[in-house]
Each structure stands twice: as structure tokens, then as C-alpha cells.
Design a protein around this ligand. Structure first.
Ligand code: FES
Length: 105
């Protein structure tokens, strides 16, 4: 599994998200507490950026129609979205965030 360095940890807002591109794949890096998660940045409902949504309770809420996606699984927890978004592995070394695009879900 190949991890690529994406950014320093400090670039991701606390309890917020940062949109990045990794090998042409849009990825939302989401920080909650001391943990960082990576999801595909495109909402499975109508293709807007999830990174612009709010982060709470291990979810990120799509700003357009309000579906929340579980940061750990990518699955929507409420409608209108019904399909999960892909999630990716994250590791943190020192102050650097690494992501592997090998899909988790
Ligand atoms: S575009 Fe995300 S819930 Fe509709």
C-alpha cells in the first residue's frame, strides 16, 4: 500500500476539513479531535465538495442537502444520499499527513 505525503497536520482545521487532490482524485481530509480521516471529496448525491460541510459526531455534513457521511465508513447516515463515498487510509508521522488511495470501502 503506497502512502503519499499530502500536507502538514496543521493545514487541516480543528474539527474541519481540507480539500486536496491526490493523483487527480479529490479528497477531503477531515480532522476531529486527534484523528484525521480521508474521504472522497465528492458527495454521492449531487457531486459537490464535502470538505465545505460541517464536521461533528464522526460525520461530515454535506452543505447542499444535509446528508451526513460517517468519517469511518463513508456511509450516509441520513437522506437524501443513499450511496457511500470511498474512504482512504491515513497515517500521521510527526506533523505530516499521509494518505493511501487504495480504497477502504
Ligand atoms: S449534494 Fe450532498 S446531500 Fe445532496
Amino acid at each position: 500500500m503506497t502512502f503519499v505525503r499530502v500536507c502538514p497536520l496543521r493545514d487541516i482545521p480543528a474539527d474541519g476539513a481540507l480539500a486536496v487532490e491526490i493523483d487527480d482524485t479529490p479528497v477531503a481530509l477531515v480532522r476531529t479531535g486527534t484523528e484525521v480521516f480521508a474521504l472522497n471529496d465528492i458527495c454521492s448525491h449531487a457531486e459537490v465538495s464535502l470538505a465545505e460541510g460541517e464536521v461533528y459526531d464522526y460525520t461530515i455534513e454535506c452543505w447542499l442537502h444535509g446528508s451526513c457521511f460517517d468519517l469511518r465508513t463513508g456511509k450516509p447516515t441520513n437522506p437524501p444520499a443513499t450511496q457511500p463515498v470511498p474512504t482512504y487510509r491515513v497515517k500521521i508521522e510527526g506533523d505530516d499527513v499521509y494518505v493511501s488511495l487504495a480504497q477502504e470501502s
